[in-house]
Design a protein around this ligand. Structure first.
Ligand SMILES: NC(=O)c1ccc[n+]([C@@H]2O[C@H](COP(=O)([O-])OP(=O)(O)OC[C@H]3O[C@@H](n4cnc5c(N)ncnc54)[C@H](O)[C@@H]3O)[C@@H](O)[C@H]2O)c1
Length: 323
């Protein structure tokens, strides 16, 4: 039985506690949080032991689960890795690139399992197209949220857009060539809304808009590739594939259109969405990686690559502001 400790029992930390309690092979032994109110709540609700010293909790654990603000990810990750503990850390991996670089180096040296909480990888709307041959050449993304002071310790890029950056980097098998970005601080002192264009060496272009000051929520990714358009709605958990009909296509809505190549049949299909608990699935997959000694599904390198692009975006935003 693996022993786990949760570091940070605020909004998301409580979900982690709930989910760890449902995962076989893991025993949750306690939590660390310097905030007395959140600690009291977690202790009352789950009857879980509160440790007053992060280091002592790490000593007692095999798994260190970090759900604290981004600004303390590095210090907690470093402490855990130096004690050879397996680490699950919420996204983004760290606050600065030098912090992220050190975490990657230490994790490699210690040979521990490390996973970053890019939970949207486990969104059932994305998993529904896991077996579809995605080779996007144009990507349009909107991730809009209402304002919430939680998360404003970092920009909307590191808070929200990083989810889409990570997914795009996992789908586009090519290096980033250029990044163009604009962003504005509206309600906090870091960008709250931003528009970004990422160009890849293979010609793929991704346009991303992220906002944490919107009136309505939206989390949509549209992927265009040769012969197909795939629409993924992360919020409403719906996915659609629109393409020329192929022999053998089943369960499609179809209609004919006239093209330069003559009449073609368009097929619209909605892959089956298998409802899931994405947080439980990511924590379970981390546990499986430890037990079966295999790679975690979102490694520290994935977390680092997403941060690298996020920081290029932030640099461009800052530069555009000065000009
Ligand atoms: N994957 C996602 O979709 C997602 C969603 C929300 C938040 N997050 C990430 O999760 C993390 C926490 O976010 P949240 O919304 O729960 O924030 P929160 O402010 O609700 O909770 C953070 C908790 O961490 C505690 N804390 C502060 N310093 C600490 C330390 N040194 N050690 C341990 N605990 C400490 C705080 O007292 C607080 O209770 C952030 O990194 C955020 O980016 C990820």
């Amino acid at each position: 039985m693996l022993k786990a400790g949760v570091f940070g029992v605020g909004h998301l930390g409580k979900f982690h506690i709930n989910n760890w309690m449902e995962i076989e092979d893991v025993k949750l032994i306690g939590f660390y949080d310097p905030d007395d109110n959140n600690a009291f709540e977690a202790n009352e609700k789950y009857g879980l032991k509160r440790y007053k010293d992060a280091s002592l909790l790490m000593d007692d654990c095999d798994i260190v689960d970090i759900v604290a603000p981004t600004t303390v990810h590095h210090e907690l990750c470093k402490m855990a890795i130096l004690k050879s503990r397996h680490v699950f850390v919420e996204k983004p991996l760290a606050n600065t690139m030098s912090e992220a670089k050190e975490i990657v180096k230490l994790a490699k040296e210690a040979n521990v399992k490390f996973q970053v909480g890019h939970v949207e990888r486990f969104n059932p709307a994305l998993l529904a197209v896991k077996d579809y041959d995605l080779r996007p050449m144009f990507i349009e993304v909107h991730r809009l949220a209402q304002f919430n002071p939680r998360g404003t310790d970092v920009s909307v890029i590191l808070d929200l857009m990083i989810h889409d950056i990570d997914i795009i980097l996992s789908l586009v098998k090519s290096n980033v060539k250029n990044v163009f970005a604009n962003g504005v601080n509206v309600l906090s002192d870091t960008p709250d809304i931003a528009n970004v264009r990422i160009e890849f060496d293979n010609g793929c272009v991704a346009n991303l808009t992220s906002s944490r000051i919107s009136m309505k929520k939206m989390r949509k990714m549209r992927l265009f590739q040769k012969d197909a358009y795939v629409s993924i709605d992360f919020l409403d958990k719906k996915t659609e594939i629109i393409k020329y009909k192929s022999p053998g296509d089943k369960d499609v809505f179809e209609f004919d259109i006239d093209t330069n190549f003559g009449k073609k049949t368009i097929a619209i299909s909605a892959p089956v969405i298998k409802e899931n608990n994405a947080i439980k699935m990511e924590l379970q997959s981390f546990t499986d990686a430890i037990i079966n000694n295999k790679a975690t599904p979102v490694t520290e390198i994935d977390g680092y690559r997403a941060m690298e692009v996020a920081h290029q975006i932030l640099d461009k935003i800052n530069r555009n502001r000065i000009l």
